[in-house]
Design a protein around this ligand. Structure first.
Ligand code: PRT
Length: 94
């Protein structure tokens, strides 16, 4: 899981840097979509996650959770934060 998250975060950071055409991630870092789109997605996906959990739909819970994690990592990158910031907070709670 650690590798999956850090690999995904590295891809997101690369998309932010290189802004390749056709990249959904890159579109979030431009005015095409921007921060509001990321925040809206996080809100929508959280609602969808709650509904999937209420239905006990494990496949849908995993799908929505993955959408949330991806957009959360994009948000961290937008704020010039890193996975280490998240890890430090989690570690501090142990
Ligand atoms: N993990 C993800 C990921 N999760 C979700 N999404 C996108 O987030 C959007 C989620 O929105 P919805 O579920 O609401 O789907 P939608 O109805 O198509 O929404 P709209 O974008 O049309 O508004 C979709 O366009 C998904 O493709 C993701 N896009 C990219 N990644 C990862 O980022 C990498 C780089 O992607 P690109 O930047 O597109 O090359 C990929 O290889 C993946 O590993």
């Amino acid at each position: 899981m650690d590798d999956t998250l850090s690999d995904l975060f590295a891809v997101i950071e690369d998309r932010k840097e290189t802004l390749p055409e056709g990249s959904y991630t890159a579109s979030l870092f431009t005015h095409e979509k921007g921060e509001n789109a990321v925040l809206e997605k996080l809100g929508e996906e959280t609602t969808e996650l709650v509904l999937a959990a209420k239905d006990d739909d494990h496949e849908e819970v995993a799908y929505e959770a993955a959408d949330i994690v991806y957009h959360l990592l994009v948000l961290l990158s937008m704020k010039d934060m890193s996975l280490e910031d998240l890890e430090a907070e989690l570690e501090a709670r142990r």
